[in-house]
Design a binder for this molecule. Structure first.
Ligand code: PLP
Length: 455
């Protein structure tokens, strides 16, 4: 019999519920704090920024949350996504490991991000919101939310990190096609942007700064709310459609993963593919290793500190218990823009603190090398972010070869790289370099923080 390459589900198999890991975590997370009072925040603190349904999801301990029909219907544009067995890549690596990848690049905007963008746009629409404001780094989140707003009839205003705005004009164009307004951040449209520009008129921007600007716009306008593409609990939960589908597909292939690997920016695609498998660790004694791969130039999980910190640069968000490099950390301008974030989601941080998941930092040259190898074997060009997962897979596959043991590896090919040609161009022309930090450089920001460090 011919071996199946592509394991497909039908529209009927799109999950009807998202999986919420909060009910299954051995240790609950610490509560987010109000930076003024240092008391746990309540729903009323978040109400200016988010619709009530998302605030409820943010604190819910229900294991399963119903996906609204309208959202599931919009998912049908590209879901279920295919799961592939990477036969050619396995052969190239000469490994006894079986490698599977879930391909999220088939979405309209090219990554996993619409899984939550559609849900967020829907709940905002239901609660009478007119416009969503948001930030975007590489442009993936901005295009996903622009698409989702277009689907549900909302306006969309995007603060795009200036360096990406300059490097990725086609991402901006895609957002414009879906009717979004896009600014190069920092702008002089917000107090946050003006403050940054006053300190450095040539600031290349950062995700933290863009978040400050987008939050300010929503906080000042009663008909606008804010939308975040990662980090928050409800965002991570919306992404679990990835792992839930993959679980079914692996079952069809008669397999179950020993290792699940995903790149890590704020934690959403990692959560999306790993949490449904972690549920089996928590509930039925499985022992799936879940590995987050972060860039060595922005190593919050492997070198950051677990403490309370702001989600943005100016300090407008609640204090979140997380692994962080400090909210004013300015990561090197690597092309994996989606991974240049100083912190990590609270759930993922707690899981790492409890040693229930693993993290590795990998330099960008190793990642691009792995990504190009993968494209040569499997045909699909990975997003620079996704190459981090692939580099992690190569390491695991090599280890399997050294140990002479087979194992099943699943990874998230969370986006395609067809908008990222300038990154590949820089790689091939030798312009990309690895970033080696001294601990002193990394900890300079952390030393300035005066936020609580939990015992
Ligand atoms: C945004 C993005 C990431 C990083 O964000 P997470 O929330 O950690 O998933 C990774 N890959 C791609 C393709 C992205 O668009």
């Amino acid at each position: 019999m011919e071996k199946t390459k592509k394991i497909l589900l039908t529209e009927r198999d799109i999950p009807h519920q998202w999986y919420n890991i909060m009910g299954d975590m051995p240790n609950p997370m610490l509560p987010p704090l109000h930076p003024g009072t240092m008391q746990p925040i309540g729903p009323e603190d978040l109400a200016p920024l988010f619709p009530m349904e998302l605030i409820k999801q943010e604190v819910s301990a229900e294991s399963w949350i119903e996906i609204p029909d309208e959202v599931r219907d919009a998912y049908r544009i590209w879901r279920p996504t295919p799961l592939y067995r990477a036969y050619q890549f396995e052969k190239l690596l000469d490994t006894p490991a079986k490698i599977y990848y879930k391909y999220e690049g088939t979405s309209p905007s090219g990554s996993h991000k619409p899984n939550t963008a559609l849900a967020q746009a829907y709940y905002n629409k239901m609660e009478g919101v007119r416009k969503l404001s948001t930030e975007t780094g590489a442009g993936q989140w901005g295009s996903a939310l622009s698409f989702a707003c277009k689907m549900f009839g909302l306006e969309c205003e995007v603060f795009m990190v200036k360096i990406s705005y300059q490097q990725k004009p086609f991402r901006k164009m895609l957002m414009n096609i879906w009717d979004a307004t896009v600014h190069a951040s920092p702008t002089d449209l917000t107090d946050a942007g003006k403050a940054i520009l006053k300190g450095d008129p040539n600031s290349p921007g950062s995700l933290g700064i863009a978040i400050s600007e987008a939050v300010e716009v929503a906080a000042k306008d009663g008909s606008t709310k804010y939308s975040l593409g990662s980090v928050l609990n409800h965002v991570l939960m919306h992404q679990t459609v990835i792992g839930l589908e993959a679980e079914k597909q692996l079952e069809m292939a008669g397999d179950f993963p020993d290792v699940v690997i995903a790149p890590f920016g704020g934690g959403s695609n990692f959560a999306g593919i790993t949490f449904p498998f972690l549920r089996h660790n928590f509930r039925s004694g499985k022992n799936v290793r879940c590995i987050a791969i972060e860039p060595a130039s922005c190593p919050k999980l492997t070198k950051g500190q677990f403490r309370y910190d702001f989600g943005d640069t100016i300090g407008m968000t609640p204090l979140i218990p997380m692994y962080t490099l400090g909210h004013n950390f300015l990561p090197a301008p690597i092309h994996a823009g989606g991974l240049r974030y100083h912190g990590a989601g609270a759930i993922v941080s707690q899981l790492l603190r409890d040693k229930l998941i693993e993290a590795q930092a990998i330099q960008q040259l190793e990642c691009f090398e792995a990504g190009v190898k993968f494209a040569g074997a499997e045909g699909i060009l990975p997003a620079p972010e996704a190459t981090h997962a692939i580099a992690g897979v190569v390491r695991e596959a090599m280890r399997a070869r050294e140990e002479g043991k087979s194992k099943t590896i699943l990874f998230n090919l969370c986006g395609h790289g067809y908008f990222d040609m300038s990154a590949y161009q820089d790689y091939f022309s030798g312009k990309l370099v690895d970033h080696h930090f001294t601990d002193d450089e990394l900890y300079a920001n952390l030393r300035e923080l005066n936020t609580p460090i939990p015992a």
